[in-house]
Ligand binder design. Structure first.
Ligand code: AMP
Length: 586
């Protein structure tokens, strides 16, 4: 007991840094420290240092003697300690039981309250060294204070007595309060320590001194204004600098935790800057892309999967979210396909390619059986790109385990024109498999070629009409040096047929060149080219349409006729091509 009136007998359970320092300060304010418990040697030394003359007792004795009991044990040990002491009947009526664990309010002290004690939770928002220097740190330090309403003035008075600044935090908010403080202070130490080591490897003598003014200014700014204090390359959308940093931090010899930390924080920084309207979304995307560059640079080997289950297992479930792109093909890959894959790698972190010759989109008299299948070659080409993560190549039974699907996507009006006339049902079959593959691969973005212009329009329409959450990206037609649009079906052409087939691309080019003279001239110029090869090239259609409707616009709206499409048979091979017509004169 204290021998001075109004002063309390203080007992400390767990003389860690916080317990010893608080005891020292309370003693300085005139209270008597009647006993302290500490199991480790460090605790005993600290008691001898900071609380000279205070008896080291076992826990139960400390509790028994204390009017003000400080429970300053590690957070995780607190609930067990309180229940244990209550079980032993050690708490007493009117005893002040105080803990200093950040994440707990007073609910954890409920067993003590039931025994008649007054529970208080105080948490210094400060870090301690466990030495006498801490006395100064406590001065004016904010303390979170939680107590039942009637006991709150006692908790506040206690904090004031300690020299602190009380801030009341609700019982239910303690977890969040503590997470915020740990994030701001403990993780800041990690970031600064990483930077310090990096700087020390640049030959700078005193890395701490070099970064202190900048880091302190940043901290001051952030504490005052939050995100508005942000400066630097991410906030400027300077992707080149970010990419350079990432390259530097990927170098051998840099501690392995630095790059992941840098990337995670830079990503969060970019997202926050964009949300605050300080970074345009295109610049944010450029920064995010630069941050992921090292992942893309490592040559990737496609993981070949044949079944739905294998596919599911191969797709990432990265909680930080890797952007996934899918490229759907029927195999017999050429440079057009590879261009789709390159684009996929440029816009996403994870690239999935599918190869599946879909029977559903072939008519009974079409070339399903003889469609070229060049698996070894396809795999070699995709491996050579070094950007494919997963190659999904199912067989028909895998895609249609119950035979022909009962339910299909209906292409509607757009599916009945142009290709739809010659190939009834083709687009229903195509859309059905595209929908299935989108569901199976769950991409953020899917890449298609403009070579199949009607297909592209239909896929866009399906995604919009059926609310599919995927971005559709289109790439221009890839051509052979002589202009022939690349196609897997070109493999069927004999050398002379291949020569004749050039009439299609010539027609498209002639149409584009005639554009300044209007739509009539476009069609005439294209038709003339096809006519010149009439013996070998059987034209199915040549049409100039509005790309939105895929129908020729009315006479009043001729300027909408900007998509020129052709389909023709050369030998037994059906070929298609198209071109965008630009009527502006320059
Ligand atoms: P396919 O294997 O023919 O079903 O085509 C798969 C994807 O590649 C589709 O998105 C096509 O539009 C695209 N594609 C095929 N040939 C070309 C090409 N020459 N240029 C651009 N994309 C193409």
């Amino acid at each position: 007991m204290s021998d001075r009136p109004g002063r309390l007998g203080v007992g400390i359970v767990g003389a860690g840094r916080v317990g010893a320092v608080l005891g020292m300060v309370l003693r300085g304010a005139g209270h008597a420290v009647v006993g302290a418990s500490g199991v480790s040697e460090a605790s005993r030394d600290r008691i001898a240092d900071l609380l000279p003359g205070v008896p080291v007792l076992d826990v139960e004795q400390v509790v028994e003697r204390a009017e003000l009991l400080l429970l300053t044990v590690p957070d995780d040990a607190l609930p067990g300690l309180v229940t244990g002491l209550a079980g032993l009947g050690r708490f007493t009526e009117g005893q002040l039981v105080v803990h200093t664990a950040g994440r707990f309010g007073v609910r954890v002290l409920e067993p003590a309250r039931k025994a008649g004690a007054i529970p208080l939770a105080i948490h210094p928002a400060m870090t301690f060294s466990g030495t006498a220097l801490d006395r100064a740190r406590l001065n004016g330090a904010p303390f979170a204070v939680t107590a039942q309403e009637d006991a709150l003035p006692i908790a506040i008075a206690l904090v004031v007595e300690l020299g602190g600044e009380p801030v009341v935090v609700e019982e239910g908010a303690r977890g969040r309060y503590h997470a915020a403080l740990a994030h701001a202070s403990n993780h800041l130490v990690t970031v600064v320590a990483q930077a310090r080591t990096l700087l020390s490897r640049t030959g700078v003598d005193n890395p701490g001194a070099l970064m202190a003014p900048l880091a302190q200014a940043a901290l001051d700014g952030a504490v005052r204004m939050g995100d508005a204090a942000l400066t630097g390359p991410v906030a400027r959308g300077d992707r080149g600098t970010v990419a350079e940093h990432v390259t530097e931090l990927s170098a051998p010899g840099v501690e392995s935790d630095v790059l992941p930390t840098y990337r995670a924080l830079a990503r969060a920084t970019a997202e926050r800057a964009a949300r605050a309207g300080r970074l345009r979304s295109a610049d944010r995307d450029a920064v995010l892309h630069a941050l992921d560059a090292p992942l893309r640079q490592q040559a990737r080997q496609p993981r070949v999967v044949r079944t739905r289950a294998e596919l599911k297992a191969a797709l990432s479930v990265d909680p930080t979210h890797r952007r996934r792109a899918v490229v759907m093909t029927m195999g017999a890959l050429h440079d057009g396909h590879l261009e789709l894959v390159r684009r996929a790698a440029a816009v996403a972190d994870e690239v999935v390619v599918t190869i599946f010759v879909n029977p559903l989109q072939f008519g009974p008299d079409e070339d399903l059986d003889r469609y070229p299948r060049t698996w070894e070659d396809d795999l070699a080409k995709l491996t050579g790109l070094g950007v494919v993560d997963v190659l999904f190549a199912p067989d028909v039974a895998q895609m249609y385990p119950h035979g022909e699907p009962q339910i299909r996507v209906n292409a509607g009006e757009l599916g009945t024109v142009l290709e739809g006339v010659a190939r009834p049902g083709h687009f229903d079959g195509m859309l059905t498999v595209v929908a299935k593959l989108l569901h199976l691969t769950r991409p953020d973005v899917a890449i298609f070629g403009r070579k199949d212009a009607q297909q592209l329009s239909l896929i866009r329409a399906m995604v919009a009409d059926l609310d599919m959450d995927v971005e559709i990206v289109a790439i221009p037609i890839v051509r052979e040096p002589d202009g022939l649009a690349m196609s897997s079906r070109n493999a069927f052409l004999s050398p002379s047929q291949r020569e004749s087939a050039l009439a299609l691309s010539r027609a498209m080019r002639a149409g584009q060149e005639a554009a300044p003279d209007g739509p009539g001239a476009v069609l005439a110029a294209a038709a003339a080219q096809l006519q010149a090869a009439a013996g070998e090239v059987g034209v199915d259609y040549l049409e100039l349409v509005d790309p939105a409707t895929l129908r020729p616009p009315g006479a009043q709206q001729q300027e909408l006729a900007t998509l020129l499409l052709v389909a023709a048979t050369v030998g037994t091979t059906r070929l298609i091509d198209n071109a965008v017509i630009d009527y502006s004169s320059d």
